[in-house]
Design a protein around this ligand. Structure first.
Ligand SMILES: [Zn+2]
Ligand SMILES: [Zn+2]
Length: 183
């Protein structure tokens, strides 16, 4: 009886190993899918659309006068991604380079048709692109901003629970007066 059971036992062990392997592969596949979660968004008119892959490493709120004027709102929300995780899937974009008093250049890309900004780039953050938070399709606010910058010009009616708040920016080092047309 012993002799007969042994080959069967080996077979069962092999099947068990295969099941474990398959389970491991499925788990791995699952985790890759979680890392590469796809999100979409776009401009007001719907012509310029983008897709992002994976989660953003950093989301910030910015209360600077530039963000207030380019959005026309109380603050800007920038959700940063590595450049290769963001694809423009439709539409045509124009651009505007904003030369700031720090010597940095913020490049805004906006829909040629409706003018909504959907990408921002900062010359000192090579390889990264920021997406204005409100442009994501629902569920729009899937990200949690970790930092707030330029609180010195924050609208008095904005109250948040963000733990890291800066009067300007930790690396803010103006080389000339703020070039904003209206302070
Ligand atoms: Zn548009
Ligand atoms: Zn700003």
């Amino acid at each position: 009886m012993h002799g007969k059971e042994r080959p069967n036992g080996d077979k069962i062990s092999s099947i068990f190993i295969l099941i474990v392997l398959e389970f491991y592969m499925l788990q791995k596949e699952g985790s890759i899918m979680t890392e590469e979660i796809l999100r979409t968004g776009g401009c007001l008119c719907g012509k310029s659309r983008y897709q992002t892959r994976g989660d953003s490493p950093r989301a910030i709120m910015c209360h600077c006068r530039y963000c207030q004027t380019y959005t026309g709102s109380a603050f800007g929300t920038q959700v940063w991604f590595p450049e290769d995780k963001v694809t423009l899937t439709s539409g045509e974009l124009s651009k505007y380079d904003n030369n700031t008093e720090t010597g940095n250049v913020v490049t805004l890309n906006f829909c040629k048709n409706c003018g909504s900004t959907i990408f921002l780039r900062l010359n000192v953050f090579q390889g990264m692109v920021a997406i204005p938070g409100g442009s994501f399709d629902p569920p729009t606010f899937w990200f949690v901003p970790q930092v707030e910058n330029f609180c010195r010009t924050k609208a008095p009616f904005i109250e948040t629970s963000t733990s890291e708040k800066h009067d300007t920016h930790p690396m803010y080092n103006p080389k000339k007066p703020d070039n904003h047309p209206v302070k």
